[in-house]
Design a protein. Structure first.
Length: 419
């Protein structure tokens, strides 16, 4: 039986003291992406189950094991989103964004849901930042998007970053390679893990992701897709690398890099951090030029990535200490109604003047109120009495007396650069 006083396994509460760091991730993401023309989008928490089964892939662990799906009162199968790219492409198609100047650049900060083994930095409800550029197959889209994620991670102080880069080719290259790889896996089937055997026909490339030791030994000698790309795919990959080289963004080419979603084509990439141990992925993505067609849209190229907020925070070093949320604390030396009213009016005037203000509400002694103000790391305490207001500046140590009942104190605070 579940405990109603415990959050469900694999989920977590974002407590007030943790919120400023998450806000820093959002702030940096917004600044970097919006400066490059990306605009924010948010999609519903749940979508039609078919959206994910057709886009993410029937053979993926996400669809087979990890989705939270349910039937609603209208007998429709709905799913809590396990990822955000497919919903954004759905929104692009539904709202006629193809009529806008292309590529349409979108970013998001959204929660996702997957039933997987809970571990440090990987939860069943998790948050992602992400970016999607839809409507262009230019390798400059790929390069810019990768560079923007690198800038975000750098600004957030993520340690030990390495960029891995690969290409899955287009449909023609991948189709021929798939047949070659399938034959190789069939020839070595007796040495493969059961889950790899089960999806040889559905998605043989996922064999490269296996953690099974015997399977990994088999894959050491497997043919590599990068050795069998069409010239167009090779040219696209070469242009991407040239653009990344031009800005000095270091990377290593990984011919075995396979993302966990079936819709990827051509460019795939992943950022890893030494700070995260074996589960080192911070964020990644790639090109998905066939995704729109998989959900009954017209051919529409796209490129995108996602990065886990929890993973970023685990790997980040030197995130700024959150600034105090309270600048002025209104205390009371007298406990009569007139004094209370004067203090309440003062707090309202201070907030209108742009000064973050809290007011005593727990019946503490004046000594206790000053201790509480110290815990809040506030700069000023306004001690209100029947005789007036004494403003204590903890930074300078000075005290100033004011009359009760007007906004002069708020004006003084604003004049001191506190607003």
């Amino acid at each position: 039986m579940s405990d109603p006083l415990q959050a469900p396994r694999g989920t977590f509460d974002i407590l007030p003291e943790q919120a400023p760091l998450r806000l820093a991730v959002e702030s940096v993401t917004r600044s970097v992406l919006e400066s490059a023309g990306y605009q924010r989008i948010e999609t519903p928490t749940f979508e039609a189950t078919e959206l994910f089964s057709r886009s993410v892939g029937e053979a993926t662990d996400i669809v087979q094991k990890e989705m939270y799906s349910f039937v609603d009162g209208g007998e429709r199968s709905l799913t809590l989103r396990p990822e955000v790219t497919a919903p954004i492409v759905r929104a692009y198609l539904q709202h006629g964004m193809h009529k806008l100047a292309q590529p349409v650049k979108l970013w998001y900060l959204s929660s996702c849901f997957r039933y997987e083994r809970a571990q440090k930095g990987r939860y069943r409800q998790f948050w992602q930042i992400g970016a999607e550029a839809i409507g262009s197959d230019d390798p400059a889209v790929d390069a810019e998007s990768i560079a923007l994620l690198a800038e975000i991670l750098e600004q957030l102080g993520v340690k030990g970053l390495q960029l891995r880069l690969g290409s899955l080719g287009g449909p023609a290259s991948r189709g021929r390679y798939r047949e070659m790889l399938t034959s190789y896996l069939r020839a070595n089937e007796d040495r493969l893990a059961d889950d790899v055997k089960a999806r040889i026909d559905l998605n043989p490339l996922r064999a490269f992701d296996s953690s099974d030791e015997a399977t990994r030994d088999v894959m050491q000698s497997a043919p590599l897709l990068l050795d069998h790309l069409d010239q167009d795919d090779l040219d696209h990959f070469a242009q991407l690398r040239s653009l990344l080289d031009s800005i000095g963004l270091a990377y290593s080419i990984d011919p075995t890099l396979v993302r966990g979603l079936d819709y990827y084509s051509r460019t795939v990439f992943e950022f890893n951090s030494d700070a995260l141990g074996a589960q080192s992925g911070v964020g990644g993505g790639g090109r998905y030029d066939g995704l729109a067609e998989q959900i009954d849209g017209p051919p529409t190229p796209g490129f995108g990535w996602a990065a886990g907020v929890e993973r970023i925070l685990l790997a980040a070093d030197g995130l700024p200490e959150p600034e105090p949320l309270t600048v002025l604390f209104v205390a009371f030396t007298d406990d009569d109604a007139a004094t209370r009213s004067a203090g309440f009016a003062l707090s309202a005037a201070a907030r209108r003047a742009g000064v973050p203000t809290q007011i005593e509400m727990a019946g503490r002694s004046i000594k206790g109120q000053f201790k509480h103000a110290d815990r809040l790391k506030t700069r000023f305490v306004a001690a209100v009495s029947s005789e007036g207001i004494e403003l204590k500046d903890f930074e300078s140590g000075q005290s100033t007396a004011f009359d009760t009942g007007d906004a002069a104190l708020a004006a003084v605070l604003r004049g001191r650069g506190v607003s």
